[in-house]
Design a binder for this molecule. Structure first.
Ligand SMILES: NC(=O)c1ccc[n+]([C@@H]2O[C@H](COP(=O)([O-])OP(=O)(O)OC[C@H]3O[C@@H](n4cnc5c(N)ncnc54)[C@H](OP(=O)(O)O)[C@@H]3O)[C@@H](O)[C@H]2O)c1
Length: 434
């Protein structure tokens, strides 16, 4: 049935919610034209402290509520836009919206990564849509290209810099030679990192986003806990110096790739050849490289967060859902989960490696280290040795390997740590020749 107007309910009036409310008000006329009938913001559920925000003076007073029941029972709301973030109560709110036959638009990566498949199935049963373009890469179109423009492809790989905070920290470390703690502190002062930065620096935020992209790309349900995850706090300024000597940059990369009949899904720091596009993505920018059998390589690049870019994605989802509602077309989101691919265990993944080892500075040490690698069928492609600053008693040995299985590398690392000549395996980073 065609509608005379489409009503919206907004949950959350924070950074993104506030901007979405502003755009819906300022661009009401053009957005309504695109929908084909008036697009009306009818209710905003916020917390009591939000009622003092300047934005509340620009909107009709009756639109605001702090009461859940008033919000969910308000008449003529066709689309609920969830922008409060976090797993709960956002997950419950999305479920309640769907089961009361309202379309849902959200930018909530945590809820979609953890519960997206279940919510999409529920939305199918209720013949409504669930759209989440803003959940990955802020304003960069990623979800719609996977759902529409790339559907004819067998996706072979997705390589993504999808956390602006860590990319900012790594860029400062690379360009200025500063340590991790200083770079993190700077990022916090500039508002690029939260007071509790754990989700970003430990790679958790990137695993949520990779779970969403990998599920779409490979038609296989990928949950955050399926993804191998390592953050950036181990990276030292010395690693950047050595990486540069070998011709590499260091980035936190989210990788989903076809491998045999399975998929690899992992988030960890990598050495990337300096001449590659992803190695040159600096600061808070995000970039995603997708490889498909027909399209070849395509690149998506832009601002991966922020109120304005994210509102661009959220409003696009609102207009898309509203167009369907206005025309009386089924809102159902199609869910393709039919590939039957399994997830490759990390121990079976094969990459090249960079290792930085502190060892005794005496003859034969490098030979002992090389023998340990040889025992695990790992071959060294190049090595450099530098004296450390403690009067020539120890040396820093940096080794690059040929491709080796992760299980073999972990065993070799454990054995290296037990060698009397090895003082410390200071770092090891995987190398990706994307
Ligand atoms: N900010 C970005 O650049 C960005 C980019 C992409 C995606 N996203 C996603 O967009 C969503 C919103 O992010 P944001 O940055 O706008 O977060 P935010 O600034 O923290 O906004 C969330 C707002 O919702 C309020 N809230 C919490 N619980 C609520 C409840 N039960 N009912 C009503 N309001 C409630 C919060 O109040 P309190 O602060 O008092 O708790 C806060 O004002 C998140 O899912 C986030 O991951 C954000």
């Amino acid at each position: 049935m065609k509608k005379q107007s489409v009503g919206l309910g907004l949950l959350g009036l924070g950074v993104v919610g506030g901007q979405v409310a502003r755009v819906l008000t300022e661009k009401a006329e053009t957005l309504s034209e695109q929908v084909g009938c008036p697009l009306v913001l009818r209710k905003i559920k916020c917390l009591p402290q939000d009622l003092n925000r300047p934005l509340t003076k620009e909107l009709p007073a009756g639109i605001f509520t702090t009461d859940n029941e008033e919000f969910f029972k308000a008449p003529d709301i066709d689309i609920i836009v969830e922008l409060i973030g976090g797993e709960n109560p956002a997950y419950d709110y999305q479920k309640r919206a769907i089961t009361t036959n309202r379309h849902v638009v959200t930018a909530n990566k945590e809820v979609i990564a953890k519960h997206g498949t279940e919510l999409l199935k529920l939305a199918q049963q209720h013949d409504v849509g669930l759209c989440y373009e803003g959940s990955v890469g802020g304003g960069i179109p990623l979800i719609a290209p996977f759902k529409h423009d790339l559907v004819a492809n067998d996706i072979t790989g997705v390589y993504a810099i999808i956390n602006g905070t860590t990319n900012y920290i790594l860029t400062r470390m690379a360009k200025e030679g500063i340590g991790f703690a200083t770079a993190l502190q700077n990022a916090q002062q500039l508002g690029y990192a939260e007071a509790n930065p754990r989700n970003d620096i430990e790679g958790i935020d990137a695993t949520y986003k990779l779970a969403i992209l990998a599920t779409l790309a490979f038609q296989t349900e990928v949950k955050p806990e399926d993804i191998y995850c390592e953050g950036i706090s181990r990276i030292g300024s010395r690693d950047f110096r050595y990486a540069r000597e070998f011709g590499f940059a260091i980035k936190l990369l989210a990788i989903a790739r076809q491998s045999d009949n399975a998929i690899e899904v992992r988030v960890h720091p990598v050495l990337l050849p300096e001449e590659t596009f992803l190695a040159k993505v600096d600061g808070v920018y995000n970039a995603v490289e997708v490889e498909g059998d027909l399209v070849g390589k395509v690149l998506f690049f832009g601002e991966g967060a922020g109120a304005r870019p994210t509102s661009s994605a959220v409003i696009a989802d609102i207009v898309y859902s509203a167009q369907k509602i206005a025309r009386g077309i089924s809102g159902k989101t199609r869910l393709r989960l039919d590939s039957g691919r399994s997830i490759k265990p990390m121990s079976a993944v094969e990459t090249e490696y960079y290792l930085r080892i502190t060892a005794a500075d005496r003859p034969g040490v490098l030979a002992q280290i090389a023998r340990t690698f040889g025992d695990h069928l790992i071959s060294i492609s190049s090595a450099i040795q530098r004296e450390t600053e403690n009067g020539g008693q120890s040396a820093e040995i940096v080794i690059m390997t040929h491709p080796a299985k992760e299980a073999a590398m972990q065993q070799a690392l454990a054995e290296l740590a037990r060698l009397p000549v090895v003082k410390e395996v200071s770092n090891f980073i995987r190398v990706e020749n994307v």
